[in-house]
Design a protein around this ligand. Structure first.
Ligand code: FDA
Length: 447
């Protein structure tokens, strides 16, 4: 791909995508399918930037037995275009596993398999992405008093490059959240680093792990560490009384439907809050029932055998972590008695969730052009476009970070295929370029 250095006149793309996780891979596919359908004049030129050196989706949590929590039919394309050649079924066909998958009678593939599907799909559109490029700034380009373009600066091993766009699609995903005051160290991990960090324990004989949290990732970490280190004790610390099951029943599942996005968007603020309260247990701080059963079965069996390696410190909170000469000391406080228990461990894993990346961090002075609601949150249109001052002519679209406006599917995969179709329609409806403006050439570079 052609590119320019800071100071040169940048080349113009109809769309620049920041991040190349599943959301923007789906966006690239939607664009590619659109461009294959329309004439050259109507083709949308786009480029995506991903900071990782190659495609990767939550690699630290690709546990060998973990499964998806969304039907394979909610892949990158099917809900938008069931005939797409980028579907999970086409992936299976290309791998020679279609019939085996069908015989499996299961809607929920292994996480590791879905990662492979994402990677396969991303490779099919890799002419549209630059890996190893972190976007570090977005700046306005003012012409005749209006912001006509956005200059996007990417940092790579080769230095800085600037690209110019009419539209941005920011899909920068989630950031690991640690408990307040706790830093990540060699012995204090966030679960997102689990598989990367666990290698460092190879050849050692860990005796105790402390896992903080009561959600799906926490339970998966407990089960994984218990299995992988057969001599170690695994202490699960959480403020609930017990793990709560994820509600994946059919009626509740409709909260993830495409139509639920519009319902949520149109609902008054108080109804939005109620919907989140009613249905938060489809996704937040809950665990798949099979895994709960498995952990309980394991813990009961250990009780019977008189050798307990699984310990559950419920109604409890982590109040401190301190590195020692040969490990880490976690202090756990009972929320019932207030009593504090020190636990000397090899590692403390914080499975304490994620928060959406803040798009304002990238937008710099453009942030001042973005409208807010009365609670100071970003105002987002139904088409996922940030509401901005009229002088800002470019579209800034968000995939993720729209839970307050679009509901629970915001950080999830359920609605990705539909969402990228809606964003593409929005960009096309608003017109790609001004009358008389030169059309970029086919490789995505304007002359
Ligand atoms: P995602 O986080 O995947 O990708 C964002 C990308 O942007 C990353 O590759 C990042 O490197 C890149 N990036 C960030 N800042 C950048 C910058 N400045 N410049 C360039 N690149 C940048 N959901 C679901 O519906 N079903 C499920 O089964 C699961 N399972 C699941 C398991 C685990 C372990 C986690 C942590 C999460 C899930 N999820 C999920 C939710 C999850 O958010 C979702 O699956 C996708 O990751 C969302 O895709 P995105 O592309 O939006 O974000």
């Amino acid at each position: 791909m052609s590119q320019v250095l800071p100071g040169d006149a940048p080349l113009v793309h109809d769309l620049i995508g920041i991040g190349f996780g599943p959301s923007n891979v789906a966006m690239a596919i939607a664009l590619s399918e659109h461009n294959a359908r329309v004439g050259r004049q109507e083709a949308v030129t786009a480029h995506f930037f991903e900071q990782q050196p190659r495609f990767g989706w939550h690699r630290g949590m690709l546990l060998d037995d973990a499964t998806m929590q969304v039907s394979f039919l909610k892949d990158l394309v099917t809900l938008r275009n069931p005939a797409s050649e980028y579907s999970f079924l086409c992936y299976l066909q290309s791998k020679g596993r279609l019939i085996d998958f069908i015989n499996h009678k299961n809607l929920f593939p292994l996480r590791i398999e879905f990662h492979d599907y994402f990677e396969w799909a991303a490779a099919k559109v890799d002419d549209m992405v630059s890996y190893g490029h972190e976007i570090i700034a977005v700046e306005p380009v003012v012409r005749d008093g209006v912001i006509e373009y956005l200059d996007v600066t990417a940092q790579s091993a080769d230095g800085l490059v600037v690209h110019r766009a009419r539209n941005l699609v920011i899909s920068t995903g989630l950031r690991p959240a640690m408990p307040e005051g706790v830093e990540r160290t060699e012995r204090v991990w966030h679960n997102s680093d689990l598989l990367r960090n666990v290698e460092s324990l190879e050849g050692t004989e860990p005796t105790r792990f402390v896992v903080v949290g009561a959600g799906q990732s926490a339970a998966e970490n407990v089960a994984y560490l218990h299995r992988r280190f057969p001599r170690a004790e695994v202490c699960a610390v959480f403020s609930r009384y017990g793990y709560s099951p994820a509600d994946d029943s059919s009626f509740a599942n409709r909260i993830f439907d495409p139509a639920a996005v519009s319902d949520f968007y149109d609902a008054p603020e108080s109804v939005k809050r109620s919907l989140m309260d009613y249905h938060g247990n489809t996704n937040y701080s809950v665990v798949d029932m099979d895994l709960i059963d498995e952990l309980y079965r394991q813990s009961y069996q250990e009780k019977v055998m008189g050798a307990e390696r699984l310990r559950f410190l419920n109604v409890s909170r982590l109040t401190g972590v301190k590195e020692t000469d040969d490990g880490v000391r976690a202090t756990v406080k009972s929320l019932i008695t207030g009593e504090e228990t020190p636990l000397d461990a090899d590692v403390v894993v914080c499975a304490t969730g994620y928060r959406p990346a803040d798009p304002l961090g990238l937008l710099g002075e453009l942030g001042g052009r973005c409208h807010r609601d009365d609670q100071g949150r970003l105002s987002v249109e139904r088409d996922y476009r940030l509401a901005t001052d009229d002088e800002l002519r470019c579209g800034i679209y968000l995939q993720g970070g729209t839970e307050h406006t679009h509901g629970i599917t915001s950080p999830l995969l359920s609605n990705t295929a539909i969402r990228v179709g809606e964003i593409l329609d929005s960009i096309l409806d608003r017109g790609l370029r001004a009358v008389g403006e030169a059309r970029p050439v086919a490789d995505g570079v304007a002359r």
